[in-house]
Structures are given as C-alpha cells and as structure tokens.
Design a protein around this ligand. Structure first.
Ligand code: ZN
Length: 445
C-alpha cells in the first residue's frame, strides 16, 4: 500500500517540470524509495518467471520459488550474463510486445547482443534522463548538437526522448567526421554538445586549432575517458565535460555525473544495484536488476564493470546515491607475471605520458616462459618511443611498488610499442587489455 502511494508520487513527479520533480523526489525518505524498489522487483520477477522462457527454465532448474523472493540478493548464485543473451537470443527473455530494439557488441565478442523495448519504456527513461540533464543545467533556451552514433545504438533515442521533456532545440548530426561536424555546427551555434568521449577529444583538438565558441557544457557517453583527456577538453572549451554511465542492456541510463564529477548518481528509480565478489575496498562487479521494464526485464544482469556503490552523500546535495568511477571491466582483468592487472593500472601509468586523445592498449603475451606486456601507445612522433618507455618505467616504479618488484624479479617484460595516431581503434570500443595467452588456451579447449 505504501509502495503504491510512493509509485504514484513518483509517477506524478516525473510528469512535472524537472525542477519541481527533483524537489518532490528529494522529499521522499530513502526507506520509501527502497519499499518502492522491492514492490517493483517482486512484480518484475513474477513477470519474468511467467512469460520469459529463459527465466522460467532457469528458476525451475534451480528450484527457485519466485513468490518467496523479496530482493535480488536472495537469488543466490543466479545471474544473467551477456553470454546468456547471445546464446539464447533476446526472444527467450521477452515478456511483452516490443516496439523497437538496439544492439551492443561489447569488447569480448563481435557477435551483437540485442535488447528490446517498448515506446512506453522509452518515454519513461526519457523523463528520468530529462531530470538528470536539468540538474546539469540543460534548459529550454539551450541549443544541443548531438553526434551520438545512430547505428543500432540506444543513446540517440534516449536523449531525443529527454529533449522532448526539456523542450530545448536540438539537431542530430550522427557520428560524422569531427572536422565536418565542426564546420556544419557553426550554422546552429550549439551551446551544448553530445558525443562519445574519444570523438569529443578529436573535435576539441580541431576547435583548439581553429577557434572555439561559447559552450555551457559537453556531455559524453558510450565509453570511459581519462581525467587527463577530460581536462584537455575542458581547457579548450572553457566548459565542463560530464559523463553518462550506461549500457544498451540497461537502456543507457545506469548513472550520470553531477557537477562534482565524483562518480555517477545512480538510477534507483529504474534499477536495484548490487556489487558481487567485493574486495576489501568494496570494489567488485556491478550487478543490476531492472524494475520498470515489461518487454525484456533483466534479473541480476552482470555488467562486467568493476566499481563500488557509494552511499555517502555527495557535495551537490542530490538525494540519489552514487556508483563510483568505473575501474575496469571484469572480463578485462588479467592475472599475469606483473600481478592482477586491469586497464586502470595502465591508465594510471600512462596518465601524464599520453598526449590528449591518444589511445593505448596493453597486450599480454607469453614468450618462452615469461609473460610479456606490450603496451601499445599512440604517439604524435613515433621517434619518441624511447622517451615514452623510460617515463612508463619510472611511473611504474613510483606508483605500483608491487608490480615493479615483480619486474625486478624478471617475472615479466614490459615493452612499449609506438603506434601512429588513430590506428589502434577499429570500432566504437577499444578493448584495453588483451590477453593473447588466454586466447591460445581457449582455442586448444
Ligand atoms: Zn552529486
């Protein structure tokens, strides 16, 4: 009964103008949001068990009686993975009639995962996203130019839905060459730009050379960005760059940065979040369960992203709690002679070595009996390879004593390979850490 009332309050809030909605949602106690989450979870779980062949079969096989489950954590070792989506096909997860679908490839397999949605769901996520964009300062009088890639990707649809609630002027360029975007943008004089981080970095390089115009902020999603690259973008435009954290399977809307840029305010209205396999600092894999999806609900979906849940209040004062910065993808963590390493280790080693916008990739190989870590780094001047290598070694020694000790013990070799700018990235996403040894092993198996 209480959760029904809270749901009505929330529905009402989402129909209001964003500033009033934020006020109303802020007035709800945390316990009220949790009660609403539980009610929505129970409904989602029953729907999944009843209508989806994948969940019905999995629950039956594991002897799970969904009527007794109150929270995702009570489902024991049951999880849904990206591999399940690929293997069983999206149809096995459907619980209602879909109006549209999107795809994501991820970094581990070229086979896409498909996720289905209804128009009603798009409208709802648009309202929630409008609240977040309002908090970042987006208003009716603003002019947005978006360069989000429209090919099978969810983000352009979600932001277009959000813009309808904010009523701002917006034009969709699609992901075109940054130089062409720059030249054609001048006609619209946008004061807010949306795009993928690596694309925004290149646009900013062009703007630095040719001249910038006043921006309120830039907004990026689809991949991560180093703080060094973010700072370079902000310096060019004299404006903040905010990040969205999402996945296609999660409707692109797991969390969003606020002006503090200290993690992502999480979307507790549409998800229950958990962390599994936590280390002593609370970092582990982020797991989410959808609460408001009636076409293709996901129960305990493994995001493969390593982060932590931050429950301490944010300096911005917003009621929504946070997800910490993403450290790595669980499927990119590698145990090798260097130690247990993920992309954040190399990002830290390269943080003051890379030129802004340059890509990198770590490839773990095995030559003889020793692991070799080949750090592929894009450089403006390929002749500077020796200089980069010596700075990488000194950063490794100063910042990661344990990994350096393993190097001293000759447990692995570290090599830097020079690549020309723009040559490492083939598709939208770049796999940061590639374990060639594992691939050999898999092929044998
Ligand atoms: Zn905040």
């Amino acid at each position: 009964m209480l959760s029904k009332t809270i749901e009505q309050v929330e529905r009402l809030a989402l129909c209001m103008k964003p500033e009033r909605a934020i006020g109303l949602l802020s007035s709800l106690p945390a316990s009220a949001i949790e009660a609403m989450q539980r009610a929505r979870f129970r409904r989602t779980l029953r729907l999944a068990a009843e209508k989806s062949s994948f969940y019905r079969e999995e629950f039956r096989r594991r002897g799970i009686d969904v009527r007794k489950i109150e929270h995702p954590s009570e489902l024991g070792d049951f999880f849904t993975t990206g591999e399940d989506l690929r293997e069983h096909g999206a149809e096995a997860f459907l619980t209602g009639r879909a109006d549209t679908a999107f795809e994501t490839t991820g970094t581990t397999s070229p086979a896409p995962k498909r996720a289905y949605f209804s128009q009603k769901e798009i409208d709802e996520i648009g309202r929630t996203s409008a609240l977040a964009l309002h908090l970042l300062g987006l208003r009716r009088e603003d002019r947005v130019l978006s360069a989000f890639d429209c090919s099978f990707w969810i983000s352009p649809v979600v932001v277009r839905s959000a813009f309808q609630y904010i009523n701002c002027f917006h034009v969709e360029a699609g992901k075109i060459e940054p130089l062409e975007f720059y030249e054609r943008a001048l006609a619209y004089r946008p004061n807010v730009i949306f795009g993928e981080p690596s694309w925004i970095v290149r646009l900013s390089e062009i703007a630095e050379a040719r001249g910038r115009w006043p921006l309120k902020f830039l907004f990026a999603g689809g991949e991560n960005i180093t703080e060094t690259a973010r700072a370079a973008v902000e310096r060019v435009w004299h404006a903040p760059l905010y990040l969205n954290y999402g996945q296609t399977e999660a409707f692109g809307a797991i969390g969003i940065e606020c002006k503090e840029k200290q993690g992502y305010h999480r979307n507790d209205l549409n998800f229950i979040f958990e962390i599994v396999d936590e280390d002593e600092e609370g970092y582990g894999e982020l797991i989410y369960t959808t609460l408001t999806r009636d076409v293709m609900p996901l129960i305990r979906y493994r995001s493969t992203d390593i982060t932590r849940l931050v429950d301490e209040p944010c300096a911005c004062g917003l009621f929504a709690r946070r997800i910490g910065k993403i450290r790595a993808r669980a499927d990119e963590m590698v145990v090798c002679g260097m130690g247990n390493v993920g992309p954040w280790v190399f990002a830290e080693i390269l943080s003051d070595v890379l030129t802004p916008g340059a890509d990198w990739q770590a490839v773990v190989k095995n030559e003889g009996h020793r692991d070799v870590i080949e750090l592929r780094v894009e450089m403006d001047d390929l002749m500077s390879q020796g200089d980069v290598e010596s700075r990488v070694r000194s950063n490794l020694r100063e910042r990661f004593a344990d990994f350096w000790r393993n190097h001293e013990m000759k447990l692995y070799e570290l090599e830097v390979a020079a690549y020309a700018r723009g040559t490492l990235r083939g598709g939208r996403k770049l796999q940061r850490v590639v374990d060639k040894r594992q691939m050999l092993l898999r092929r044998v198996v």
